[in-house]
Write a protein that binds this ligand. Sequence first.
Ligand SMILES: [Fe+2]
Length: 179
Amino acid sequence: MRGVDGLHSERARRRDRQSDGTTVMIGNACGPCLREAIRKFESGHARLLTICEELEVMADGLPALPNNGSHLRLARRMGMVLREVHAREEAEILPVLVAALGANIGRDSVGTLVEEHRADEAAAEELAEVIIEWAAGERNHDAATLGYMLRGLFDNIRRHSDRERDQLIAPAQRRLAPD
Ligand SMILES: [Fe+2]
């Protein structure tokens, strides 16, 4: 018996095929490729936004640090999460979006997004060092500086993700579902 999943995939197959059986193309990207790129884009953003929430909780709690070690785990993991999400965007996602949206997205704006990835990764590395120093009792920075660094990073990541959603994901979704 065909379950709900089977019906969904059958509907997706029909949506991705033209009447002559060829795959639907959105610009120079295949429809299913674009749909998959958007799914990966959104799941990467969800990982980044979870990091932002954790950074914000930490900033709100200053000058105290959590006593369960969560700040150290965050410091050790955030750079890796940023690098993984950004590498996937650059290698697997942005090229598909550019192929699909063509002239609607300038290569310059992709270049800007990539530059922002590097800047956020560098800021995360610097912040991680400061958090680890704080945790070790080496307070070479005051709470205001640490708070400024935390807020600077999560504000930048949120703004960057918002722009990617507005300028890339939303237009791509409109192209996939024309009225
Ligand atoms: Fe990005």
